[in-house]
Design a protein around this ligand. Sequence first.
Ligand code: NAP
Ligand code: GCO
Length: 267
Amino acid sequence: MFDSKDFRLDGKVALVTGASYGIGFGIATAFAAAGATICFNDINEEKKEMGLKAYKEAGIEAHGYVCNVCDEEQVQAMVKQIEEEVGTIDILVNNAGIIKRIPMTEMSASDFRAVIDVDLNAPFIVSKAVIPGMIKKGHGKIINICSMMSELGRETVSAYAAAKGGLKMLTRNICSEYGKYNIQCNGIGPGYIATPQTAPLRERQADGSRHPFDSFIVAKTPAERWGNPEDLQGPAVFLASDASNFVNGHILYVDGGILAYIGKQPE
Ligand code: NAP
Ligand code: GCO
């Protein structure tokens, strides 16, 4: 029998990586509103404290940790600390991510590796640390923050697209390998979302006009607007809740329709 309580997260412990601000913060605040206890990490003390202050201002007593998600020792220690201080992690959102917009032939191998490290290796490292506890507990939800670049390429984002394409397949593989333990692993593929990561693509030009890429995205989006972190909150709560217990290995694109649309035709 359908029960709307299935969309709630009461009693659940959620870890959202890289969630002092941006998409991660938006998702974590929605999880809290749905009843979850929030754990988040950021790469340094200053950003962690900034995050704790932001959560407090939102009325949320979050648990903040300093952890570089690329460092397996730090991740294992953080997960152990959360399990001791807060409880076994029921919901993991692999959100932390970076992008370097450089034409591929001008990109150094170390820059390419750095993007792959955060956007693909780290979701592996954090998921590997969290899954044993989920198996013991008999359930778990893993949500990987993919991208439209899990499906499409564009100039200057070769490392990012390779990482996010890989993250789509890592999502499907975790589903395949751990679905039998009642662990669901899905992805969210945001469209173009107004956060610090995309701020350079929305900067006003010297003459005050819109950035060409800003106008391009608005023309490519049926919704005729950039997304914001709040647009991702409902889909994230759904994938973190019991309402999605038979949804597994799916990438849910939350993009205002960009992937379905050839783009505004010339008038
Ligand atoms: P953002 O504003 O740049 O925030 C990224 C967060 O990840 C920051 O808190 C950052 O911390 C953290 N982080 C980066 N490297 C880390 C590391 N090694 N260890 C721990 N934390 C780390 O990005 P966003 O726009 O919110 O994006 C969040 C996720 O959504 C990313 O995976 C991104 O690829 C994805 N995404 C974004 C969009 C979009 O249009 N914005 C669309 C699709 C997908 P610091 O500030 O300390 O570096
Ligand atoms: C870019 C953007 C995109 C978005 C997002 C789209 O430079 O093209 O940063 O990559 O961040 O990933 O889904």
